[in-house]
Design a binder for this molecule. Structure first.
Ligand code: GRF
Length: 213
């Protein structure tokens, strides 16, 4: 039998922005039934709302700006080291606006989740809500996925649909998406933490990987 997941599962959350997704995870983890706790928060820039939220909750933080490193590979290796120091079961990219690289994925590939404010495979990249509006879709949403080396291409954990309404601008649409996105993130991170998960090609399956042959 595969070992049971650790309880509560240890989450390291990486942020670049206001951190409302992070806050939703912190709030959920105050319930012992949730099965996961945020043990550290990292950012790629100074002054993020996400790090401020973590500090208010007494959660350890680290900040690793890319320009502080000789090159992208050194930054990626340092990010992997910083995250590894907190021994996470799951890493959550919650509005982290950087691509993790080979060193990071070598350590945390298959255990790193990201949330994207569009319905993949539509509108990958930095401007999901803006691109959905510009295209004129009537339904968009958010996608929770397991990070791979591509841009918002990894195996999908869950998706939620959100309507685009007449008169929406980018901010209004993104806020509507974020409200559903946070609920999906909290729901699924809890499920994955409590039940464990593994990849079967592009399918994300609950339960630990069987080692039976
Ligand atoms: C989310 O919509 C996330 O998907 C996107 O940036 C937003 C982050 O929001 N990449 P917050 O910092 O969690 O409030």
């Amino acid at each position: 039998m595969p070992p049971s997941p650790r309880t509560p599962a240890r989450l390291v959350v990486l942020v670049s922005g206001s951190g409302t997704n992070l806050q939703a995870l912190i709030d959920a983890s105050t319930s012992p039934d949730y099965g996961a706790e945020v043990v550290a928060v990292g950012a790629d820039r100074d002054g993020t709302g996400g790090v401020a939220r973590a500090e208010r909750h007494g959660i350890p933080t680290f900040v690793l700006p890319v320009p502080d490193f000789a090159d992208r590979a050194s930054w990626d290796a340092a990010l992997a080291e910083a995250v590894a120091a907190y021994d996470p079961d799951i890493v959550v990219l919650a509005g982290f606006m950087k691509l993790t690289g080979p060193a990071f994925l070598a350590r945390f590939g298959g255990r790193t989740l990201n949330t994207h404010p569009a319905l993949s495979p539509a509108f990958p990249g930095m401007h999901g809500p803006r691109d959905a509006l510009a295209y004129g879709v009537k339904v968009t949403g958010a996608t929770l996925f397991v990070v791979d080396e591509g841009v918002d291409t990894g195996p999908i954990v869950a998706q939620v649909a959100v309507p685009v309404l007449d008169g929406d601008d980018e901010a209004a649409l993104h806020e509507r998406i974020k409200s559903s996105e946070r609920a999906m993130l909290v729901d699924w991170v809890g499920t994955l933490a409590r039940e464990d998960f593994h990849l079967d090609d592009r399918a994300v399956r609950l339960g630990g990987e069987s080692h039976d042959h």
